[in-house]
Ligand binder design. Structure first.
Ligand code: IDP
Ligand code: MG
Length: 153
């Protein structure tokens, strides 16, 4: 991979799936120029959900977060591109949709912090950890998109 190319973990949460927003989320990721290199729809079990949100285990909202994320199917993805981790966080917007700027997914598509449609890793360490929770290495595919010379100098 090119220098600065990164991979990040992205998930359309159950509210996004049940509101018919999978295509909207995917479309924003693709239009930004980011490449989806792995994707699957799953219904998370409690164990994997707790592992995914382990950093929040001591927070008061942890049990409601785990029940919400296991309440319906999610779409899990690995997204690749230059500075993909920061690019995905900026596409998502602030955690609380009321504070998220218009133009971001949370700012445009959500109202409640507990129903904010999309997850994206917040750092290289989180990305590596989250990708390994949800994907086997063989599920991550290497291919070229046609516009790479127009995306990157
Ligand atoms: P992030 O999703 O923007 O990385 P985190 O702080 O990692 O935000 O929190 C994980 C998820 O937990 C958030 O996306 C949100 O849905 C939920 N959450 C965070 N803080 C609160 C809170 O104070 N009350 C209820 N839910 C929260
Ligand atoms: Mg987070």
């Amino acid at each position: 991979m090119q220098e600065l190319q990164e991979r990040t973990f992205v998930m359309v949460k159950p509210d996004g799936v049940c509101r018919g927003l999978i295509g909207e989320v995917l479309s924003r990721i693709e239009r930004r120029g980011l490449k989806v290199v792995a994707m699957k729809m799953v219904w998370l079990d409690e164990e994997r959900a707790r592992m995914h949100y382990a950093e929040h285990a001591d927070k008061p909202f942890f049990s409601s977060l785990v029940s919400f994320i296991t309440s319906g199917p999610v779409v899990c993805m690995v997204v690749e591109g230059r500075n993909a981790i920061r690019a995905m966080r900026s596409l998502c917007g602030s955690t609380n949709p009321i504070e998220a700027h218009a133009g971001t997914m949370r700012g445009d598509l959500a109202l409640d912090i507990g129903r904010n449609v999309v997850h994206a890793s917040d750092s290289p360490a989180s990305a590596e950890r989250e990708i390994s929770i949800h994907f086997d290495p063989a599920e991550i595919l290497d291919y070229e998109r046609c516009e790479e010379s127009w995306l990157y100098e």
